[in-house]
Design a protein. Structure first.
Length: 231
């Protein structure tokens, strides 16, 4: 009987301890600041890297910490992203907690609540540009073999296939630029990598020089980029 009573007592104590710990955790838990999620929701979501960060999430964290300006999101300038982020950062913690709870912690819904249905500052968030399918990527990359200039241009691009230029990947963009169908400045991530300047250098080169560049580098983008940067 002693063993039975001991077992029951231990079970009761375990249940009581578990209940107390659960209550304490709920009572004293620190609420997460929703600013980071809201800022990320306000961004285009292209993960293009033009801001200097590996993706929109990393940029959002840096903005909330005050390490960078919202103006650093180059694609977002077209859709009023900096203004939206400013509104998020200027909102009181009480206001943010309220809309975060109302939205059931859904960043997009919370952002709508913060901006208000009739707000003049409310901007329709643009859809992230679509990345090329595997088939599209392979199709245009195969076409580079017959276009020396396009191959060289492809070598100086970021090669992240973000789609912000409106093309189906960097290979497609390189081909269109080589045909003068699109301006090099359309490469948004390339603004921090001197892409437009490097393409201009390539276009000033003789055909034999470009062919020599491709042969020497074996078409390796890293090697091409380094050689063109040093010209």
């Amino acid at each position: 009987m002693i063993i039975v009573y001991s077992t029951i007592l231990l079970a009761v104590l375990g249940l009581a301890s578990g209940s107390f710990l659960a209550f304490a955790a709920e009572k004293f838990k620190v609420k997460a600041d929703p600013r980071e999620k809201l800022v990320e929701a306000a961004l285009p979501g292209a993960n293009c890297g033009a801001c200097g960060f590996p993706g929109c999430s990393a940029f959002a964290k840096a903005v909330v910490k005050g390490e960078v300006s919202p103006e650093g999101c180059i694609p977002g300038k077209r859709t009023g992203t900096p203004e939206t982020i400013k509104k998020i950062m200027d909102a009181s913690q009480e206001k943010l907690d309220e809309i975060w709870e109302k939205s059931e912690e859904n960043p997009d819904k919370a952002l709508e609540l913060l901006q208000g249905k009739d707000s003049d500052t409310k901007k329709k968030k643009s859809k992230p540009p679509s990345k090329p399918t595997k088939e599209e990527k392979e199709k245009y990359e195969s076409q580079l073999k017959n276009n020396t200039m396009a191959s060289a241009i492809y070598g100086v691009l970021p090669n992240i296939d973000c789609g912000l230029c409106g093309c189906k990947g960097c290979a497609h963009f390189a081909i269109e630029v080589s045909k003068d169908n699109i301006e090099p400045e359309k490469c948004v991530p390339g603004k921090r990598q001197n892409v437009a300047e490097n393409i201009e250098k390539l276009k000033k080169m003789e055909k034999t020089e470009v062919e020599k560049l491709i042969n020497e580098t074996k078409g390796d983008p890293g090697e091409i980029k380094m050689k063109v940067n040093n010209k």
